[in-house]
Write a protein that binds this ligand. Structure first.
Ligand SMILES: *Cc1c(COP(=O)(O)O)cnc(C)c1O
Length: 422
């Protein structure tokens, strides 16, 4: 089957040799998935999930039991007081925007103690000038950069905290940067430090790509708000849209008022028939995340063995599903993406090209042949066309699809003489 899909014997054998060394790591991933599967089932049992919760509501969506109960399931699973899980939250950026703008008022300051935030948040915050940014509403922003080795600069963080500091935003995943992703334990240490200086600071964690990679989540280590996208990990590949915010009851309530309207809050928002996908996707998420992690580790081991810089490296522990590979040239980025695209079940015949994308300040190339548009829990690769020409690879609803995609990315580079197997 691999040769009929276009993988040469040489590339296939290269992959098999790498895989032989990964058995133990794959077993560890499976045991985290097993733990998290039990955690999700337990949250569903605790909240008596039943068939009535899968019913569609329309209009205002008053008394939407399925929606309300799903939020309880998320809250149970994340061990948080409350949760907002909605199809009306259109993406991860939107979920983060709701959490920030609901809890920051004019005169307040937001601090990122982990350096520059994710590209799309620059416009949300107003780091790049943008209509309706937090800056326009009189919310200021400060940032403490990470040290050169990627660790927290506690002195700089302490110096940045002042009487205006209301909220701290901690991005777990590296995003489009080459810094390490933080473990949940590290995030807990950072939160404890921030609160030791000013206990009432609201600590928000951008949890995108991190859910179910470990057995604990930021909400287990003191995060007041934990935020993410349903077309990434927790949607399990089935959620067609959506975002979640888990956390303290009073803060989540404000998020609901911001999302709908003051006075309405969590009471409105019809589910439009989406509940089966939300529940079932959450149920599948732990094993989907495990598949994606196996793909990321396979890619790291392949490309590191070919002499490229990969982050995380071939052996280090994982805290999100993203694999960055510094390919060093636009040509290699394009070939890599062509491979991912060619291995997809959907749109396999199209050719990805770099393009300007809303929210990003350089051309971006994206490869995805997904059932859900832009879903990056499905096998996908993307990256901004700029130094160090790093591709960010993530997802894979099944490990076998992730494997095929990675082999195909290598195949395309080998065919174009952009890399040599050795
Ligand atoms: C994907 C992502 C976002 C934004 O999510 P979208 O759904 O693309 O809007 C924010 N932060 C991080 C770290 C992400 O990976």
């Amino acid at each position: 089957m691999y040769s009929s899909l276009g993988i040469s014997n040489e590339v296939f054998d290269f992959g098999e040799k790498i895989l032989e060394k990964l058995k133990e790591r794959f077993e560890k991933i499976d045991s985290v998935a097993e733990y998290n599967q039990c955690k999700v089932i337990s949250a569903m049992q605790e909240n008596h999930v039943n068939a009535t919760h899968f019913a569609a509501t329309t209009g205002y969506g008053y008394n939407d039991a399925g929606r309300d109960n799903l939020e309880k399931v998320y809250a149970s699973c994340f061990h948080s007081e409350a949760a907002l899980v909605r199809p009306q939250i259109t993406c991860g950026t939107h979920a983060l925007t709701v959490a920030l703008s609901a809890n920051l008022l004019p005169g307040d300051e937001l601090l990122s103690p982990v350096g520059r935030p994710y590209d799309t948040l620059e416009e949300v915050i107003g780091i790049r000038k943008s209509d309706c940014s937090l800056a326009e509403y009189g919310v200021t922003y400060r940032q403490a950069d990470l040290k050169a080795d990627g660790s927290f600069d506690y002195d700089a963080i302490k110096a940045a905290i002042n009487e205006k500091t209301k909220m701290v935003t901690i991005q777990r995943s590296k995003g489009y940067q080459m810094r390490p992703t933080f473990s949940v334990t590290q995030i807990g240490e950072l939160i404890a430090f921030v609160k030791s200086i000013k206990p009432d600071i609201i600590c928000m964690v951008d949890n995108c790509y991190g859910e179910f990679v470990e057995t604990i989540e930021p909400s287990d280590v003191g995060a007041d708000l934990t935020v993410g996208s349903l077309i990434k990990n927790p949607g399990g590949g089935l959620a067609p849209i959506g975002g979640y915010i888990c956390g303290r009851e009073d803060l989540v309530a404000r998020c609901a008022y911001r999302l709908s309207a003051p006075g309405l809050g969590q009471e409105v928002g019809a589910n439009l028939g989406i509940m089966p996908a939300f529940y079932q996707g959450f149920f599948l998420a732990p094993t989907v995340v495990a598949s994606a992690l196996k793909g990321a580790i396979f890619a790291a081991n392949i490309y590191e063995s070919l002499g490229l810089n990969v982050i995380p490296n071939a052996t280090e522990s994982r805290h999100d599903i993203i694999q960055a590979v510094e390919l060093g040239s636009a040509e290699r980025m394009i070939a890599f993406c062509e491979g991912i695209q060619a291995a997809a079940p959907v749109d396999s015949y199209v050719t990805p090209v770099p393009w300007a994308m809303p929210g990003y300040d350089s051309d971006v190339i994206m490869a995805a042949g997904a059932f859900i548009q832009g879903s990056s829990i499905e096998l996908s690769a993307d990256g901004p066309i700029r130094e160090p020409y790093a591709i960010y690879f993530q997802g894979g609803l099944t490990w076998y699809h992730a494997k095929l995609g990675i082999l195909m990315s290598l195949q395309k580079m080998v065919e174009k003489n952009l890399i040599e197997l050795k």
